[in-house]
Design a protein around this ligand. Structure first.
Ligand code: NPW
Ligand code: ADP
Ligand code: K
Length: 504
């Protein structure tokens, strides 16, 4: 599903208006779709709408009029004077249809809000920046404490549509009705938490314009089905690629095993690992299908380089880092490997990223690399962890990065985002990152495309956690890896449903 940055949404609105649809009609369409969503709550009779001065406020006045005409009791609380032509127009229409407007400073506003069955937030939409302040912040905080249904128009006020960040207070919605396309900020935390259910309504928007203007996506089943490598009856292990996982150390003996598990379970033809002896022993006893090659010492050292280079000749993709540790010579060896494999398809994870932080310039030589840091690891590389910094980093170093979290974002050098929203807190446990890097390496070996692999890997691991029978608290990366089979089955069922016209 495509998603938009606020600036892209503004451009889409402009293009539609240039084609001849008046902006006030776009506002009417948007407001009608909100009306329909409100009417899905049959017990809601009395509604309070907070309106800002921009077009989001304009939507609020139009929604108010439509609700009045539908027989509801409606009060508008004016947070800012209407300032755009469409907001001014709709505010006057609201009044001419008998609507009542209260200034937000009025002392009766709180009791009016507490009486309402539903509160609609039409204060700020995609034009919001900064922080809610003063009386508006006070009212939003008050509303967040009420039991009534809370609905946000386009995006909850206080949430940045650009990156989901929240400074101070924001409206906490049960449902957010958004227009044309979801906004990036709906799907990234903390914003994701404030949106409740996100309903995308695209009436009046041109599919052609949306498709042409937007390249970023939230990863959904449709996209995954498009990207999933096909499996043919007439095939053999060579058809599905080979991955080499380099990692492990004296203390981290399980990480390469989890990575190899991800690789095997996601369909790779051959999985090689190169690890110190202790880690190889774990792999050999748990995953006999893996070709576990044993390193020379307790860590990956320079002495191992030649053998790794030799094995890598058989691999279509290389994962470096799971459990590799922070020994200084190991870090130097990792940097050396990055140089030697500059033309290979590589996933760099965990302490492989620690090694990279010692010399970021090696990135200028690598042609096809995906980094998979969690926020702590990304801070070490970049100094910041916000979305803009991630996008700048990928552009400056011409690389792909997955910034992992409860929502994860894959960013490419051209600013295209792929946002993953699958997953559970069952993944918030050591080992998940290792499972992910092996899964991505496997899809890279199968498809020859790291971006595609990253999208598939994130979705698979998250979906497997969702489908697992284990409770979130007791789930483990090794159990989740074994659930990949269910993800494949679900996708096959979904594809069959689509083919036979069974809607989801
Ligand atoms: N055809 C269309 O375009 C359609 C648009 N639609 C609707 O329009 C919405 C976008 O409207 P919009 O661009 O007018 O922005 P909106 O969010 O209402 O606010 C802008 C105002 O708020 C101000 N402001 C910002 N932050 C602030 C702060 N912290 N504290 C105080 N003030 C602050 C800001 O000030 P400024 O940035 O100028 O400093 C400006 O005055 C969109 O979300 C959707 O709901 C739909 O009807 C579909 C068709
Ligand atoms: N609450 C959550 N919801 C969804 N995914 C999560 C959640 N917590 C963690 N994850 C995922 O689990 C993985 C954890 O990776 P990482 O922090 O590197 O762990 P480790 O290095 O301990 O294996 C990431 O892919 C992250 O997106
Ligand atoms: K809003």
């Amino acid at each position: 599903m495509k998603v938009a940055f606020p600036v892209q949404m503004r451009r889409i609105d402009e293009l539609i208006i240039e084609r001849g649809i008046p902006s006030v009609l776009l506002m009417e369409n948007a407001s009608r779709s909100v009306l329909e969503e409100v009417l899905k709550y049959p017990t809601v009779k009395e509604i309070a709408i907070l309106c800002g001065g921009g077009n989001n406020g304009g939507d609020g006045y139009a929604i108010g009029r439509l609700l009045l005409n539908a027989g509801k009791t409606v009060s508008v609380i004016e947070c800012y004077h209407p300032s755009t032509p469409d907001a001014i127009f709709n505010a006057s229409l609201f009044v001419s249809f008998g609507g009542g407007i209260h200034a937000c400073e009025e002392s009766t506003v709180e009791s009016l809000l507490s009486r309402a069955d539903m509160v609609i937030d039409s204060i700020f939409g995609t034009g919001f920046h900064g922080e809610l302040q003063g009386r508006v912040a006070e009212l939003v905080e008050y509303i967040n404490g009420l039991k009534s249904v809370k609905l946000a128009v386009d995006i909850p006020s206080g949430v940045s549509g650009f990156d989901g960040s929240v400074r101070g207070i924001a409206f906490r919605a049960d449902k957010t009705v958004t227009f044309g396309a979801g906004k990036v900020g709906h799907y990234l935390y903390p914003g994701r938490d404030y949106c409740g259910e996100v309903v995308v309504r695209s009436e009046g928007f041109s599919r052609e314009i949306l498709d042409r203007q937007l390249d970023s996506s939230v990863i959904d089943e449709e996209l995954v089905l498009e990207l999933l490598p096909e499996r043919h009856a007439d095939s053999h292990k060579g058809t599905y690629g080979a991955v080499l996982i380099v990692g492990g150390s004296e203390i981290y003996t399980g990480a390469p095993f989890l990575s190899a598990l991800g690789a095997l379970r996601s369909g790779c033809g051959l999985t090689y690992t190169y690890t110190p002896p202790e880690a190889a022993a774990v792999i050999r006893s748990n995953l006999p299908e893996v070709i576990a090659i044993v390193g020379k010492g307790p860590h990956i050292f320079r002495d191992d380089l030649d053998t790794i280079v030799e094995i890598a000749k058989k691999a279509d993709s290389i994962v470096i880092g799971p459990g590799i540790g922070r020994n200084e010579e190991t870090a130097e060896t990792v940097l050396e490997l990055l140089k030697v494999f500059s033309k290979s398809s590589m996933v760099l994870d965990a302490d492989g990223l620690y090694a990279l932080s010692k010399d970021l310039t090696v990135l200028s030589r690598t042609e096809d690399i995906l980094l998979t840091p969690h926020p702590g690891e990304f801070r070490r590389l970049c100094g910041e962890t916000d979305l803009k910094s991630l996008m700048d980093f990928c552009e400056n170093f011409h690389c792909r990065v997955i910034l992992k979290g409860s929502s994860s974002v894959l960013c490419n050098p051209y600013g295209k985002l792929s946002i993953n929203i699958t997953g559970t807190t069952g993944l918030a446990k050591g080992g998940s990152g290792d499972l992910l890097s092996g899964t991505i390496g496997s899809f890279a070996a199968q498809t020859g495309d790291l971006e595609r692999a990253g999208i598939l890997g994130m979705y698979f691991m998250g979906k497997a956690a969702e489908l697992s029978d284990e409770s979130d608290a007791s789930n483990t990366a090794s159990s989740i890896g074994k659930e990949y089979s269910r993800v494949f089955s679900c996708l096959v069922e979904g594809a069959r449903g689509e083919k036979h016209g069974i809607g989801t």
